[in-house]
Design a protein around this ligand. Sequence first.
Ligand SMILES: Cc1cc2nc3c(=O)[nH]c(=O)nc-3n(C[C@H](O)[C@H](O)[C@H](O)COP(=O)(O)O)c2cc1C
Length: 145
Amino acid sequence: MKTLIVYYSNSGNTKKAAEALAVELGAELAEIREDRPRKGLSGFLRSGFEAATKKATRIRPLGAKPEDFERTIVASPVWAGHLSSPVRAFLCDQGTHIAEFGVLLTHAAPSAKNDYPTVVAEAEKLIGKKSVFTRSVVGPFSMKK
Ligand SMILES: Cc1cc2nc3c(=O)[nH]c(=O)nc-3n(C[C@H](O)[C@H](O)[C@H](O)COP(=O)(O)O)c2cc1C
């Protein structure tokens, strides 16, 4: 199945998880980029605030089109128990062009009891589609310096 993995990663965990999944599924990768960096404590606080208030930030145009793929998997870090704002922005912009939909999350809290189904539900609600592929990966907590 022709699959696109669209990821946002600030400190590298989601990038690694997305790259590993791309190898596993034979998928193409596209990175969501922003003009404004998220560094240090101010970047951390802004990220948490944007996620908690469900803000969609300004992102650069993506290098791939979801309409060219049978399945699009979005990969996002969990921020403050929510979807990251850059991934929210991508889904708001491009969600209607997604055929089959999947979600890959990375987060720092151990996943045994908490793999953030609420965050998957946020993504599903944004585009009005159920995720047919859901995975969550626990990574180290890191803040970009
Ligand atoms: C602003 C912010 C909020 C976070 N909130 C959570 C959280 O609610 N739950 C959690 O398990 N991890 C949380 N984390 C940890 C990240 O989800 C985790 O480190 C993720 O893998 C980072 O992905 P990245 O390296 O691709 O940016 C948070 C990290 C940041 C920067």
